[in-house]
Design a protein around this ligand. Structure first.
Ligand code: NAD
Length: 481
């Protein structure tokens, strides 16, 4: 009989009692990789009960920080021993180039180590207050944390939440995207091996509408951490109001990449391509809007298109591939539809714009690197997150107009400025309404750095001490001396 991959609830690998299954597809060739069990609301309830029992009755909340650190260090070591296997699996399931997958796994390893180290470092505060009271302020874990993540960085987005949640002493329920559960399943095999007590870590597989929505609404889940689209984030906020859950939201973006006339054009062109076409443009912080100063506009576009046409699109497992397929047929069609909308609204297509139907690639969901110029700020392709390999170019006269255009969006996740004038770079970045910014670079991340967005790009910050604190409650203790 065909193997069906299971979920991990209360320390056991289980099939959903619903009997439902889901085929997991390789987006490079539309073939079934494997079949997994498909959970339901009932499975979320089982996982929640297990996580609650582990937190309170079995006293995971009282576990020493050094013990939590020890487990997290072990997870990092095992991930490192299996780095290649994890990377290959991530590429198989997402289509992303293997080099990008290796970077994701490496970042996951360092993230576990960072939070293993941090677990033992937080300290409280003491205050002398009037009336002979001494007050202590301490941090405690929140309880049962539901973590819902998307398909673009399946392992890394999960780890950015799991590591701080566990370091802080919470129990967790992870729901990966229904499209990309494979590295999450493998991570839970590692969790099992290192010996997390029963019920501390739970993995529920399934769709958003049922499984995700139940995690968001369940009154026994104390905190919800959601990484995904802004529209879904809004519905999570409504569902989470059931018990006033603590909430972290990492949502979408439409990030501006602003290039001033004083730059080295070749370097800035390379960064512009890297900012949008990494991960096939399916990256929340993608530099999907390129803002060019008018004096360099023509020359820049020429170089940009020339190089974009040379990007090697192919199967991610081939080491020479620079851009892989989109995640699914439905998502590819959504991206192609946006390209039609761009054309219909009057933007000029200067590169790509089509599904790739050559040879082997016709079996997968490949779209050409695509560039639009002659756009106006209100066009849908300028305002909406396409989440694909589609770059829209905007032209600006001066610093003031660059800032105006950059901020003319409901999103506020990220943004970059390219200039050799450091004062100008700082002035522009200071005015940019975004949480993650870069000067003369793009896509760099570090475990200590706060990750999150302004405006409709989210609530709260992940990573660093910010991410840790987001998984804690704060208590004051007043002592009569
Ligand atoms: P999505 O919102 O469709 O799905 C994300 C997750 O939510 C999936 O696990 C899905 O099953 C689940 N879900 C869907 N509907 C739900 C519901 N009603 N209730 C509860 N859960 C539900 O997003 P996606 O298409 O998987 O990912 C792409 C989006 O993620 C983009 O908008 C991207 O910008 C965003 N993203 C943001 C960050 C960040 O750090 N800010 C990082 C990666 C991706």
């Amino acid at each position: 009989m065909k193997e069906i991959l299971k979920m991990y609830i209360n320390g056991e690998w289980v099939l959903s009692e619903s009997g439902k299954v889901r085929n997991i597809i390789n987006p490079a060739n539309n073939e079934i990789i494997v079949t997994v069990t498909d959970g339901t609301e009932e499975d979320v309830i089982k996982a929640t009960n297990a996580a609650q029992k582990a937190f309170y009755d079995d006293d995971w909340m009282g576990t020493q920080a050094v013990e939590r650190a020890r487990l997290l260090y072990k997870v990092a070591d095992l991930l490192e021993e299996n780095l290649n296997a994890f990377a290959e699996l991530e590429t198989l399931n997402t289509g992303k180039p293997i080099r990008e997958a290796e970077t994701d796994i490496t970042k996951s390893i360092t993230c576990f180590r960072y939070y293993a180290g941090l677990a033992t470092k937080p300290h409280g505060m003491t205050y002398e207050v009037p009336d002979d009271i001494q007050a202590l302020v301490v941090r405690e874990p929140i309880g049962v944390c539901g973590i819902i993540v998307p398909w673009n960085f399946p392992l890394l987005m999960a780890v950015w939440q799991l590591a701080p949640a566990l370091a802080a002493g919470n129990t967790i329920i992870l729901k990966p995207s229904e499209l990309t559960p494979l590295t999450a399943i493998k991570l839970f095999e590692v969790f099992e091996k290192v010996g997390f007590p029963k019920g501390v870590v739970n993995l529920v597989l399934g769709n958003g509408k049922n499984v995700g929505a139940e995690i968001a609404a369940n009154v026994d889940v104390d905190k919800i951490s959601f990484t995904g689209g802004t529209k879904t984030g809004k519905s999570i906020m409504v569902a989470a109001s059931s018990n006033i859950k603590k909430m972290s939201l990492e949502l979408g973006g439409k990030s501006p990449n602003i290039v001033f006339e004083d730059v080295d054009l070749d370097i800035a062109v390379d960064y512009a391509l890297f900012s949008i076409f990494t991960g096939q443009g399916q990256v929340c912080v993608a530099g999907s809007r390129l803002l060019l100063q008018e004096s360099i506009y023509d020359k820049f576009i020429y170089k940009l298109v020339e190089r974009a046409q040379k990007i090697r699109v192919g199967n991610g497992k081939d080491k020479n591939t620079e851009m892989g397929p989109l995640i699914s047929e439905a998502h590819m069609n959504k991206v192609l539809n946006y390209i039609e909308i761009g054309k219909n609204q009057g933007a000029t297509l200067v590169c790509g714009g089509n599904r790739i139907l050559d040879g082997e690639l016709q079996r997968g969901f490949f779209v050409e690197p695509t560039i639009f110029i002659n756009t106006t700020p209100n066009m849908r392709i300028v305002q909406e997150e396409i989440f694909g390999p589609v770059l829209v170019v905007q032209k600006f006269r001066d610093e003031e107009e660059a800032i105006y255009l950059a901020n003319k969006t409901n999103y506020g996740l990220a943004g970059a400025v390219f200039t050799n004038d450091i004062s100008k770079a700082h002035r522009v970045i200071k005015k940019l309404r975004a949480g993650i910014t870069w000067i003369n670079t793009y896509h760099t991340t570090f475990n200590e750095g706060p990750w999150g967005g302004y405006k409709q790009s989210g609530i709260g910050r992940g990573l660093g001490t910010f991410g840790y604190e987001a998984y804690t409650e704060v208590k004051q203790i007043n002592i009569n001396m």
